[in-house]
Design a protein around this ligand. Sequence first.
Ligand code: PEP
Ligand code: MN
Length: 297
Amino acid sequence: MKIENKFPTKDISLEDLKSKFPLVAKKNSKHVSKFEIAGVEFGGDLIPIFAGPNMVESRDLIFDTAQNVKKNGAHFLRGGAFKPLTFPYRSEKYTETREKGVQWLKEVKQEIGIPIITEVMEEKYINLISEVTDIIQIGSRNMQNFPFLTACAKTGKPIMLKRHYGASLRDWLGAAEYILYEGNSKVLLCERGVSVPHTHRSTSRFLLDLQVVPAAKEVTHLPIIVDPSHATFWRPWVKSMSLAAVASGADGIMLEVHPDPSNSAVDPLQPIDFKEFAELVKLMDNVARASFKRKVK
Ligand code: PEP
Ligand code: MN
């Protein structure tokens, strides 16, 4: 079926594509970015999986998780040594591991042989983290910190730009343009839930915007990653939303996985455990093959 529609103008105009984010915009309907990061292809048949704890809590936790998620199909280990925590108060368990955590990520990468994605929050830590990470994660809260985006882009490292929960597609693509503008083209966009009045549970602060996946793909060539963990904030919903994310056309999935979810130092309602992860990878692979002739493993 061929359907024609005038270019939608609610959020993005034709003029935006030409003058506001020409580097991020598709040059034609078939234009899709394909590139490798640490030997893993993005934008092709594979839908890479990023899995790991919210926070790099301890050396043991990160080694245990890395080993397990690698064995069960993760392509990248995720986890923050530096965390954007909503409130300034810290219990001992809740404390960021910072430089020590970055060192553990370095060790786990060498010893287990899994590439890393971790968040950088401040310009002064860009060099330290870039030496270890394969992908710099820019968190939602920094999405429009423009000088910071430019500084991260200048490292030449691949970047995953999480969408701010209040950002339009136009804002998000504008932020990505700052990175491409520096000559850094290995950019992944990540949808992680938006703020809306109705989220169906008092603990779910965000709503997973899966509609943004096909919407973004109409205008940008960049791969779109989906993070159902941060959106749902609720472990029982992660499975169905991950499968739906694959079916929506996502080019990668980020999942919080913890050996003992209810004892996660941060956000214990949201991570899935190792067993759930292993089962979910198989199911996502089935959906990928059935929907788009793509694969997860
Ligand atoms: C995270 O991935 O750990 C994180 C803090 O995500 P976000 O920036 O989307 O809240
Ligand atoms: Mn988190």
